[in-house]
Design a protein around this ligand. Structure first.
Ligand code: ADP
Ligand code: MG
Length: 334
């Protein structure tokens, strides 16, 4: 079990991570999600022992890791750009640490690992002949080779293009589960975090502002900025929040985060508004509607309907796509 207790890291007295507290049980996959510069890589490097902490404790099974050098922590690191050895074959890369340790049956283990990451038969290829996605799979297999007690992943998929990133994220999830790996991943991409992890910590300006089960964090973002960073389309407060929550049959809250498609054109609904613009996708018609008492909000209509700009429509609210957030508090706090 990994635990961080009020860990801070600073560069030349400028704080990069402040009071980070986290727990990762064996087998957990936790994503730290935050914008660029929020301190994610610094946190990961501190866990790896590559960055000295200025305060707090980083422990494994309760034992303080201070003074334990990186190579004795039993952790593996994987970066955005894989960092394969260009002159070694795929099998050579994956088996590198096994050979250093003179692990018996290394060749068999390499074959197993290549199967795990979906690269059977790639053993003799050189990294230069692989696609970006294949290279990251090799990097992952290499990280898993020595069965690290913790895998640290720094934006492992960020260098890949969108479609590939999505597929590899799903594979990464399956591979980590299949190997039973405990993993701490940092990323700026909420889709990636949701696709790979079960637990989420949201980081901002060096601080972890919310953490928990990924579905719980998604359901109840701690503040407006977190909601928007998690991929909510809008945050409404004041009277607008009250109007929407009342229409959804929910209790009042200072603010409400609104996911895309929270509103749908209905036969008769509790809300009405005027279509501002529309765009057809293969599944639905996406609209921007100026809703009475709320302002412009995304909404959807079924294909085959043709709500035109300027037309008045009734709207139904999907309560599962709304989340109350204490956004008022956040704004006054800056
Ligand atoms: P993230 O990974 O979330 O993008 P980082 O952990 O890389 O963020 O950086 C956090 C903050 O620390 C940033 O303000 C960054 O400029 C600063 N920082 C990172 N690495 C160094 C370094 N080696 N020296 C000085 N400042 C650094
Ligand atoms: Mg980083």
């Amino acid at each position: 079990m990994l635990s961080l207790h009020d860990v801070s890291v600073a560069y030349d007295a400028v704080p990069a991570v402040v009071d980070a507290t986290l727990t990762l049980a064996d087998g957990d996959v936790l994503a730290v999600l935050g914008p660029s510069g929020s301190g994610k890589s610094t946190l990961l490097r501190a866990v790896a022992g590559l960055e000295p902490t200025t305060a707090g404790r980083i422990c494994w099974d309760g034992a303080d890791l201070a003074g334990v050098p990186t190579h004795k922590r039993g952790f593996a690191l994987m970066f955005q750009d894989g960092q394969l050895f260009a002159h070694l074959t795929v099998a050579g890369n994956v088996g590198y640490a096994l050979r250093l340790r003179r692990t018996p049956k290394a060749r068999e283990r390499v074959r197993e690992l290549l199967a795990l990451v979906g690269l059977e038969g790639y053993g003799d290829r050189l990294p230069g002949t692989l696609s970006g996605g294949e290279r990251q799979r090799v990097a992952l297999a290499r990280s898993l080779a020595v069965s690290p007690r913790l895998l640290l992943l720094d934006e492992p998929l960020s260098a890949l293009d969108a479609g590939l990133r999505e597929r590899l994220a799903a594979d990464l999830r399956d591979i980590l589960r299949a190997a039973g790996t405990t993993a701490l991943m940092v990323t700026h991409d909420h889709d990636e975090a949701f696709a790979v992890a079960d637990l989420l910590a949201v980081m901002r300006s060096g601080r972890i502002v919310q953490q928990g089960d990924i579905a719980e964090v998604w359901r109840a973002p701690v503040d407006a900025e977190t909601a928007l960073f998690l991929g909510y389309a809008r945050v409404l407060d004041g009277a607008a929040a009250g109007t929407l929550l009342a229409a959804a049959g929910l209790a009042a809250a200072p603010a409400v985060a609104v996911r895309r498609s929270a509103l749908a054109v209905a036969e008769g609904g509790p809300l009405g508004g005027v279509v501002v613009s529309g765009r057809a996708t293969p599944e639905q018609i996406r609209l921007v509607v100026d809703v009475d008492g709320i302002g412009e909000v995304d909404a959807v209509a079924r294909l085959g309907t043709h709500p035109a700009p300027g037309e008045r429509v009734a709207l139904a609210v999907d309560p599962s796509r709304l989340a109350a957030t204490p956004a008022g508090r956040e704004r006054s706090g800056g």
